[in-house]
Design a binder for this molecule. Structure first.
Ligand code: HEC
Length: 152
């Protein structure tokens, strides 16, 4: 039994943190962790692209992480997890729910850009990687500007 539990917890650690969480606060904490993973992967790509010899393995791994998580974003914002509903700190703006179609569109643009970035990463073509990384970064910014509170 113990080994099964350990195995299961290992599987959870390896993937996205489930946002079908027990409480709204748990859902916020889980999505923040998932975004941290996305942010860490994007930073790893940005950092290595600044070096004279970018590390393709880092880029591929990070692209896979981002492309794996991106399609899940809409599911991280169930109703009742907005800033007026939870007791933990959240950068999520109420507009995510009041303009849900716009938020879903921003998430879909992000998922598409993440998929294209992964294709570029897997190709190993640095020019394509840089172009698609730029496009991907634009979709982060596009969503954050509208739906995320900077100072939280
Ligand atoms: C569809 C909208 C959307 C997209 C696209 C998006 N984000 Fe975010 N991001 C958010 C929201 C909303 C929060 C605030 C979540 C909260 O605090 O509850 C957030 C939070 C974060 C955080 C803070 C996590 C923490 O520690 O609290 C980081 C880092 C981050 N995003 C990075 C990124 C990066 C990098 C990308 C693109 C590669 C990206 N995000 C794309 C909406 C988005």
């Amino acid at each position: 039994m113990r080994s099964i539990k350990l195995l299961l917890s290992g599987l959870v650690l390896a993937g996205a943190v489930a946002v079908h969480a027990a409480t709204p606060d748990d859902a916020v904490n889980a999505r923040k962790q998932n975004f941290k993973q996305i942010g860490g992967a994007a930073k790893a790509v940005g950092d290595t692209l600044k070096t004279p010899a970018p590390d393709l393995a880092t880029i591929k791994k990070s692209a896979a992480t981002i492309a794996g998580l991106a399609p899940k974003v809409p599911g991280w914002f169930p109703a009742g997890t907005g800033p007026d509903k939870v007791s933990v700190k959240t950068g999520a703006k109420a507009e995510i729910w009041s303009d849900n179609a716009g938020f879903k569109l921003a998430a879909a643009n992000f998922a598409k850009a993440a998929g294209e970035f992964k294709v570029a990463a897997d190709s190993g073509n640095l020019d394509a990687i840089k172009a698609k990384m730029g496009a991907l970064g634009g979709t982060c910014k596009g969503c954050h500007e509208k739906y995320r509170n900077k100072d939280s």
